[in-house]
Design a protein around this ligand. Structure first.
Ligand code: NAP
Ligand code: F7E
Length: 348
């Protein structure tokens, strides 16, 4: 039987790593789109090309979502059965600093990809997944959020993703594309980018465990998110493309926690019991035992407009293809702190 062929844009990112690993374990031939950078050695990429590519089933291609010709070339070279569009300028705060670039990649990039598929005549044979996001709900009208909750985006990142979401639906309706949006709530893991709050916290917890006394500076401690593990979410992405028709599905755990609670869980792994003192800009997370200040607030991490709380309802995905997260929040946080500790021990 012919092996299924997948193309993953954003393969060098967190989800790209977990999805490539999952698809390779399912016997896929995997192609990945990567940008040329001056720095050639990210851990994830190294891991992908060394460990995961033992059977020669992984091929990386240079390209960029803003360069449609490069997408056309990669599609011609890979002829995928399934495309997972994970590429994005994915940092919400950075999107306020680079709104036009974020729109070019996250919104227009999706049009470049869809049109390339259409013009190359691949629409019949190729199924598409788009990385939609809970950020699209913004100041959500109701809780928990599902596929029918209206979008009220609060950042250039979210506004661009709303466009991408709708253009996927449009190609489904106009041209019969098998096109699906996975509306993913936050998902983390040891491969998470280091400037997202989860990884910032687990890196700081690991560093303190190894003797570092720096205070961790965070922004909005009250923000609340529905945090799951990326390894669970990529399974749902693949399952969406095995359905008879393209559709939109929420992937979420259904439990929300604050940034404070994330920090408490991470420092607990290292034996520190956090207590909170003061309010607003003067709030501090302190070690209950020693009184040492562990966390403080830096307003530079506040966003011009914030999404205060998100929590998802993934019952449609559960009903359609049995998707449910398997890894608990506590297990995930422990894995992240232990992984960061092990990496720091290796490379002090
Ligand atoms: P990530 O770690 O930031 O990875 C983003 C990927 O996109 C990287 O491989 C990056 O390449 C690539 N990329 C950025 N700009 C590009 C461009 N112009 N052309 C080609 N590739 C480009 O993000 P992630 O956490 O894996 O998220 C994957 C996708 O899911 C993103 O679309 C994100 O917006 C969306 N999403 C994520 C979450 C979450 O909680 N993780 C939730 C909902 C939706 P470099 O390595 O070269 O930077
Ligand atoms: O922020 C607050 C911050 O940057 C989470 C992306 O994958 O998930 C991610 O976007 C919350 C926000 O993730 C800091 O204000 C406090 O309320 O980790 P984050 P995000 O913005 O939720 C969604 C679903 C995506 O689609 C995105 O691609 O934490 N927060 N203090 C902080 N955030 C950061 N980054 N740094 C802080 O110091």
């Amino acid at each position: 039987m012919r092996r299924r062929v997948a193309l993953i844009t954003g393969i060098t990112g967190q989800d790209g790593f977990y999805l490539a690993r999952h698809l390779l374990s399912e016997g896929y031939q995997v192609h990945g789109l990567r940008r040329r950078t001056s720095f050639n050695g990210s851990d994830r990429l190294q891991n992908l090309s060394d460990t995961l590519n033992e059977g020669g089933s992984l091929t990386l291609h240079h390209g960029d979502m803003t360069d449609q010709a490069s997408l056309i070339r990669v599609l011609q070279e890979s002829k995928p059965d399934e495309i997972y569009n994970l590429a994005a300028q994915s940092h919400v705060q950075v999107s306020f600093e680079k709104p036009a670039y974020t729109t070019a990649v996250n919104a227009l990039g999706v049009v470049h990809l869809l049109e390339a598929v259409r013009l190359l005549g691949l629409a019949e044979q190729t199924r598409l997944y788009q990385a939609s996001t809970s950020e699209m709900y913004g100041v959500a009208e109701s809780s928990p959020q599902s596929e029918t909750t209206p979008f009220r985006p609060r950042s250039p990142y979210a506004a661009a993703k709303v466009f991408a979401h709708h253009i996927m639906v449009n190609y489904r309706e106009a041209y019969g594309f098998h096109a699906s949006n996975g509306i993913c709530f936050n998902h983390e893991g040891p491969e998470r980018g280091e400037t997202f709050v989860s990884r910032k916290i687990t890196l700081a917890a690991a560093a303190r465990r190894l003797g570092d006394k720096s205070v961790l500076m965070l922004g909005n401690l009250s923000a609340s998110r529905d945090w799951g593990h990326a390894a669970d979410f990529v399974v749902g992405m693949q399952q969406m493309l095995q359905q008879p028709h393209g559709d939109d599905y929420v992937l979420a755990t259904g439990v929300a926690r604050s940034v404070r609670q994330f920090a408490e869980a991470a420092f607990r792994v290292t034996g520190i019991d956090l207590a909170w003192e003061g309010e607003g800009l003067d709030e501090r997370g302190v070690d209950r035992k020693s009184g040492a200040v562990i966390i403080a607030v830096d307003p530079r991490h506040f966003r011009p407009s914030e999404v205060q709380a998100l929590i998802g309802d993934a019952s449609k995905a559960k009903e359609a293809f049995g998707w449910e997260p398997r890894i608990s929040f506590e297990e995930m946080v422990r894995e992240m702190v232990e992984s960061d500790t092990a990496r720091m021990r290796k490379e002090p």
